[in-house]
Write a protein that binds this ligand. Structure first.
Ligand code: PLP
Length: 399
């Protein structure tokens, strides 16, 4: 829980010592600003009532930002609850933040069950089969196990469908081996469909009322439904006890289109590559595989050390721009595995081998965000971050 005292401690928190490494080479790398990350969490917590617990969503290697350093920085900033997709991710996070707890969003499998013997890991239960599995583990361990019950209010993914939630809740409550720690649901359209989201939230409220009506002994059932985009309607309904924040804490806007983010945050990740060579090519030259770009004039072309092997997807071919010397330069032709070509004809001085190009981040007055790359390639910003491959060295900064 990020309490008031912890909020103020965030700015002065001792930052985790993260291994930067000695950078044997830099061809394509991402710089992640952990101080900006902590500021984003502080800003989101400031927006929330003190009674609300902040759950940092750090699945998929913290959306490509690096689960270990991100979890350690969040924990140093007061976060004690994390959410991940599976037990392996949970272990990674709990190694970096040993005093924290990790909610596992994903399905429960018999062959992964033993992981939940770790009391810091919380399983999600969506049906009878998962309840039985968890009960079996609890019996083997001879102690109660905590769980969170997931209710599907309109995502069509995990969770018990809402009109069958009460019997499952009753069954879990009457088990001597299980303890329901919270009940949660998920919002699939909070970024783009207000009416749908409000209806879903109402549906969730009425289920919670039903559960409370049956369960006189547990009137204060902890509940949660808000993700980053859900925070835009956080104040519309009686507050839930937890919020699960992913994209927003990494400094990206979760809203579709031009809608402002629910809280002002700053990007924390910059992505760079270097100029490998520069050459002047004649009018009519076909650039890259498939000849999908032909030069309409004599052009100066720079070859950059990034490709789809780094996560710069082919959907960005002929569509994206990079920043060089503070100016936008268009990507020419198809993105290849290790390199892309960009048009640098408009730059007043020619770049040279070794110069740094910005793929995501700021250079002078220009900025490219993950949202921009997503819009240009028909993707979503979550996907742009997650696509960054292991070849892209992550460098952690604290300024
Ligand atoms: C169940 C659940 N809750 C919360 C989140 C966080 O979403 P966001 O990154 O939009 O904040 C996710 C992410 O996909 C999720 O699957």
């Amino acid at each position: 829980m990020v309490l008031e005292a912890q909020k103020s401690a965030i700015s002065s928190a001792t930052l985790p010592q993260v291994q930067v490494g000695n950078l044997p080479f830099r061809r394509c790398w991402a710089e992640i600003n952990l101080l900006a990350f902590q500021s984003n969490i502080a800003a989101i917590c400031h927006f929330l009532p003190n009674s609300v617990e902040y759950c940092a969503v750090v699945k998929a290697d913290a959306y490509g930002h690096g689960a270990g350093p991100i979890a350690a920085a969040a924990f140093a900033g007061g976060v004690q609850l994390f959410a991940v997709a599976n037990p392996i991710e949970a272990r990674q996070v709990l190694t970096a933040a040993p005093q924290a707890r990790a909610l596992v969003f994903g399905s429960l499998f018999a062959d992964e069950l033993e992981a939940f013997a770790d009391e810091r890991m919380i399983a999600t239960v969506s049906n009878e089969e998962e309840a039985v599995l968890l009960e079996q583990l609890a019996q083997r361990l001879n102690r109660k196990l905590a769980l969170q019950l997931k209710i599907d209010t309109g995502m069509g993914r995990l969770g018990i469908w809402h009109d069958q939630a009460l019997p499952l809740y009753q069954r879990l409550r009457s088990s001597p081996w299980l303890r329901i720690e919270a009940v949660y649901s998920h919002l699939p359209q909070a970024d783009c469909n207000l009416a749908y989201t409000l209806a879903q939230k109402e549906q969730f409220q009425s289920i919670l009322a039903e559960l409370r009506q049956w369960d006189k002994g547990n009137q204060r059932i902890i509940s949660h439904i808000d993700n980053s985009a859900g925070l835009t309607t956080f104040n519309t309904f009686p507050n839930h006890g937890i919020v699960r924040v992913g994209l927003l804490q990494y400094g990206e806007n979760p809203m579709t289109g031009t809608e402002a983010p629910p809280v002002a945050v700053q990007p924390i990740l910059s992505w760079y590559a270097r100029v490998g060579m520069v050459k002047t090519l004649p009018t009519g030259t076909a650039i890259s595989y498939g000849g999908r770009h032909t030069l309409a004039r004599q052009s100066r072309v720079a070859v950059l050390t990034v490709g789809y092997g780094d996560g710069y997807g082919t959907a960005l071919s002929n569509r994206a721009e990079v920043l060089l010397h503070g100016r936008r330069c268009p990507v020419l032709g198809r993105v290849t595995m290790d390199q892309i070509m960009v048009d640098v004809s408009e730059l007043s001085t020619s770049p040279k081998a070794g110069d740094v190009a910005t793929l995501i981040g700021t250079d002078g007055l220009e900025q490219i965000t993950a949202s921009e790359l997503a819009a240009r390639s028909g993707a979503i910003p979550w996907e742009i971050f997650c696509a960054l491959s292991p070849r892209v060295k992550r460098i952690y900064r604290h300024d």
